[in-house]
Design a protein around this ligand. Structure first.
Ligand code: CO
Length: 139
């Protein structure tokens, strides 16, 4: 079951430059910087109430985030839903005819297991499902 919006992913060209906006202009505090190899990104996390912001900087020019920026420029990249059962959620989406980018969960930031749904199936929004790695239903 989807529990809440966990975070909004924002593609940026330079984490350092974007951080200076988020920290100096908005006054937010960066909680952690983390490289996520499976997604070829370096991320910076901020908390805004119950929702996090995940800034994404590509670590490889051929990575999905680099291609996204080349196509669309910087901006909102994905919306992530927290679910208490990522496998079941993925199978339900698949059964409903949704095109999956990740047929099985992969390692995401913050020790989460994540999987993306293709924007062609979601009315134009890249969607991520995420669950803590301790999620029993994913074992
Ligand atoms: Co994300």
């Amino acid at each position: 079951m989807i529990q809440k919006i966990d975070h909004i992913g924002i593609a940026v060209r330079s984490l350092a430059e974007a951080r200076s906006f988020y920290e100096q202009a908005l006054g937010l505090t960066c909680e952690r910087i983390e490289t996520v190899d499976s997604q070829q990104v370096r991320t910076a996390f901020y908390t805004c109430g119950e929702v996090h912001l995940e800034l994404l900087e590509a670590t490889d020019p051929e990575s999905p985030v680099a291609k996204f920026i080349a196509r669309n420029g910087e901006g909102v990249h994905h919306i992530a839903f927290r679910t208490d059962g990522i496998e079941a959620q993925l199978r339900a989406a698949e059964s409903a005819g949704t095109k999956l980018i990740n047929a099985e969960p992969v390692a995401g930031a913050g020790g989460n297991r994540i999987a993306f749904l293709h924007p062609k199936s979601t009315h134009g929004v890249l969607m991520e499902l995420c669950a803590p790695s301790g999620d029993a239903s994913t074992d």
